[in-house]
Design a protein around this ligand. Sequence first.
Ligand code: ADP
Length: 386
Amino acid sequence: MESVLRARPVVAVIGGGQLARMMQESAIALGVELRPLVEDINGSTGQVAVTSRVGMPSDADALRSLVTGASVLTFEHEHIPAPVLASLQGTIPIEPRAEALLYAQDKLAMRERLSELGIPCPRWAKVEDEKALTAFAEKIGFPLVVKTPRGGYDGHGVRLVNSASEVADWFTSGPLLAEERVSYTCEVSALCARRPSGEIRSWPLAQSEQSEGVCSIVTAPAPKISSHTAERAKEIAEQIAAELKVTGVLAVEMFVVTDESGEHVLVNELAMRPHNTGHWTIDGAVTSQFEQHLRAVLDLPLGSTALKVPGSTSVMVNLLGSRYTDPALALSRALHGHPEAKIHLYGKEVRPRRKLGHVTVVHHDPHYARNEAEAVVALLRGDNHE
Ligand code: ADP
C-alpha cells in the first residue's frame, strides 16, 4: 500500500550548491517544502530558498533546526562526516541511509562491495605503501590510476602515475586505491532512482565527456554504444541500487571498453544524489532527476523516466567559468537566435573553471543539439567579450 502523508512534506537537505537549488525548482512544483542547510545565505541555494537554515553540518544547533519537524533528511553531496549522521540516527528518516552512503563516500569500500557482488570493475588493489603499489604494478603494469579513498571530486584525489613514489605524499593519510588504467572508448552514466519501498526507475543511459577532470558535455541517450551495452549498464545500476538499498537518485559512472570479447562496461564510481550527468533530465525527460529524488526520498511513487520528446537527443553543456562578472549579463546575447536552448544559471560567483550553469538543447538531430548548446555556452562564457 502507498504511504499516506499526514502533513505537507518537508525535505531537509544538507548543502547549498546548485543541486539543492535545482531541487528547489521541483519542490516548488510539487508543493513540497525544501529546507536546505546552507553555508552562505547568498550562495546558490540560499538565494532561492527562504526556508534555508545557515550553518555547517558539524554545527549541532543548525542541524537540530534543520531536522525539527522535517519529514526526511537528504544530501546534495556525499561528504557528510560520520559523526553528523550518527548524531541524527533515530531522530528522522535519512535517505540515503549511512549504510548505503558509505559506498559513495569511500572508493575502497565501494570497490570491495561491488567486487563481492560480481559487478565488473577495473582491476584494483588496496595499497598501504609504496611497496604494495609497486607489487600491484608488477602484475598490471604502469601507468596506474591511484585514488584517495575519500574526499575526491572533479578529479581531485586521482593521479595517473608511472612510479610508486609519485603518490608518496598520499600514503601518510592511509591506504589508497590503485587501479589499472582503463583504455575506454567513452564514459557513460547509468542513472536511476530507488524509493525505500523498493521501486526503481532508470533514465536512458547518458554519455559524458570530461575536460581537465571536470564533466563538460553530456549526451543522452548515449549515442556511441550498442543497445545491448546500454541495457547491461542499466541492469548493473539497478542491481547496485537494490543490493546496496540506495534511496534517492543513484548515478553509476562507467567506462565503456571494447576488446576481443566485444563491448562491455566497467564501473568507475557511484554518486547517491542528483548528478551532473543527469541535468539533461530537467529538459529532456518526463521526470527530472531533481523531482525524482524528492519523490524517492519521500517514498512517493516515481515518475516516468521516458524522453519528453520520443526519438530526441538531449545535449547538456556545462558553463565552466566566464569572462563576465556574472554570466546573467550575457542572457540577451545568449538567448538571441537560440530559441531551443534552455539556460540554467546557478547564481554563483564567477571563478575560473567553476561550474556556473549549464545549457541543454533537446532536438531530433544530435549534431544540431550539440552545436547549439556549445554556442550558447560560449556566449555565456564571454568567449568574444572584452
Ligand atoms: P572523482 O571522484 O574526482 O570524480 P573519478 O574516480 O571519477 O574521480 O575519476 C575522475 C576521472 O579520472 C574519470 O572520470 C576518468 O576520466 C579518469 N579515471 C578514473 N579512474 C580511471 C581508470 N581506472 N582508468 C582510466 N581513467 C580513469
